[in-house]
Design a protein around this ligand. Sequence first.
Ligand SMILES: C[S@@+](CC[C@H](N)C(=O)[O-])C[C@H]1O[C@@H](n2cnc3c(N)ncnc32)[C@H](O)[C@@H]1O
Length: 720
Amino acid sequence: MDDNQHDNADISKSTTTMIVASLENQVDESKSGNMLRNPSTTFKGNKIKDSEILNGSDEIEQKAGFSELATEQPHPINPLNLHLISHPERGRGVFAPESILPGTVIEESPVLVIIKKEWEDGNMNDTILGSYGFCWKDGGMGIGLGLASLFNHSSTPNVNFIRSYSTSTIKFVTFKKIEKGEELCICYSADESKLWFVKSEDIQNQSVMVTSSESEDEDGNGFFSKIDLETEDLIDENSLELQKQRKKRLQSSQSRDFNGKIKPNSMKSSDTSRIYPNDIQSPQPIKFSASSSVNALAGPSGTSLSTPISISESSTRQSTPSSTAIYPEASSSIIPASLPAPLHSNNSSKSLASSLSEEYAELVDELDWDEEYWTSTNPGPTGKGRENDYAEFLRIKGPAEEDDDGDVHATMDIWTLEFTDPKLTRTALDFSKHITAEDERLRHLKRVRRRKENNQEICRVVLGMAADYDVPSLRSVMTAFSTTLSDLIPILHKVPISSARTTEQIKIKSHIWPVTFSPIPIIPNNSIEAGWSIGYKAWLTSGVKRIIDIALEAKSKGELPIGVYCTHEPSIFWPKKGAEGFIEPTEGLRASSYDTTISEKHPLRHSILNCVKKIAKYRQQKPFIDIQPLKNGSDYLLNGLTLFITHEPCIMCSMALLHSRVKQVIYIFERKKGGGFRTGSGLGINSRNDLNHKFQVWKFDGYISEDTRRQLDFDENIQV
Ligand SMILES: C[S@@+](CC[C@H](N)C(=O)[O-])C[C@H]1O[C@@H](n2cnc3c(N)ncnc32)[C@H](O)[C@@H]1O
């Protein structure tokens, strides 16, 4: 029987028995169903009594970890007795029935090399082979035999692969300790936008998209499932072009089984109760329960798919708030009826049952901005007579945007290899490149440092962050890479934490360890230097006016006078499609909020946290829940959005903006104490090299009347 054709009887056999049997390696096929007999080694110390085999003890099932996935019989393969198990979304994968040490060679797989011309002429990219090819030299493709083609992808892999063009093989080596029951994964590409399938980890978020493919042609037309297993140094123009073409054809992603058949759709709503073992690094699908407010936020899993609704169509259906109602967004819908509705809600009577996905996001009004006037060219927006409608803005830079990006002497610990024999240089360098390839934290370091010490030239190469390895694991990876490195011992070394921004810094930092030179980019200091159009400034100014209104309204309700409004720039200001770094925002998404720490007697109800919460909720409601992201992450919280706030946010809120991936922030008043940007605390959270997102910050530099200033003023010791 074909592996993919287990009938129900096979599947229903005791999983425990099967796993135990595979560990034992001594049962015959009649006991283990479809399992292949494996005559090779067993893991030491894993002898399990016959009675356990027959009884299928729960304890053993637990230990095996992946038992929940083993709806079909685990399939012990290769001398390490690894198991081939089908995961509901990833298809077959390689699992460890026992822990494996770092540096273990899993397999050196032979490779069938298909040269570029054969690959292209045979249109092999469009066949199942396309999902299994490793980029090979000269644009060719290597089809890995053995286990090579069965490793699934993870952005946090535990197995490295090393290609050898001379022997046409790929060596798979663990570089972390692999726990019992864990899946062995490699990283197909550090740039996950190049993947041609929906990662199982993402399926929950994209369940709408995946389910929609159910209606597609069963032959797989319209699906696209191809592979380029690559590392940075092996991407050539040709493979990049191939990837682009694949992306275009990618209408929906779908895993295929090993025979290339489209697998039944993964993660249908009814599948969400499937239990995943804890030790498999896969997010547990959230099971929807109408009584849980948390789950309500995560979105209902039982909703059937509906056709995406365009914003213009849906906007006629959503309630249009009157311009006097500044805060019409009802957040009560996600609060169990027994709790009081939040004070900023005007919809406290709404029951939970009537909410959730059927509910449309109740958006605030768009900004009051005369697009036609400000963007017309004939006779042209001169702004004459409307000078009060636009102002200038000052750029608030973070440390990463200034030459002063922190302590120039600051260092971090890394592992290095030291040697004097020049013959080792090539291999040590190759290893360094291999092991550090994806590590952003080391990118600013030159890989090699040569120094004369005691009349001897000592060569040192970078290996990795001190915290990531211990000596035994590093040595085993080194030995697996090349036996010529096996006698060397990794040594800790201090290196600068960032590149040099000025020639002065080169001298200081390179004395510690040679670093790259990345001169500070020229960043405009204000909107004049930035060359902004009057129209854009008028749009931003309308945002500033809106937050002043919101803050005054909040004050009238007894709250702190802080206002927030979040929206995207009008499309007329978007750069050309495909412009580098541009993330097209979710059209029509906008929200306003204010600080409710007083009324809710809650120290964390800051205006920005309230706003992020609303945006998160709206993204789970119509029409936004039906919009498929154009780019990875473009549907994530504040990605691509501009946030206006009256007062410079505190450190906590600045971090919340960073985590929410906001595009830019406009504020009016700086805080002398505790602000998160460059003005108050000086932390410059908006642009730091040690944080993983940067956003622009601009301070309004126009006229605000004394009366308004006074009304929006409050104790500098209060952080907002
Ligand atoms: C090289 S094969 C890996 C073995 C494959 N699972 C099988 O059953 O044959 C690559 C295919 O596995 C699936 N896959 C690998 N990693 C995945 C992941 N993280 N999430 C979802 N699917 C994945 C995709 O369908 C991809 O086309």
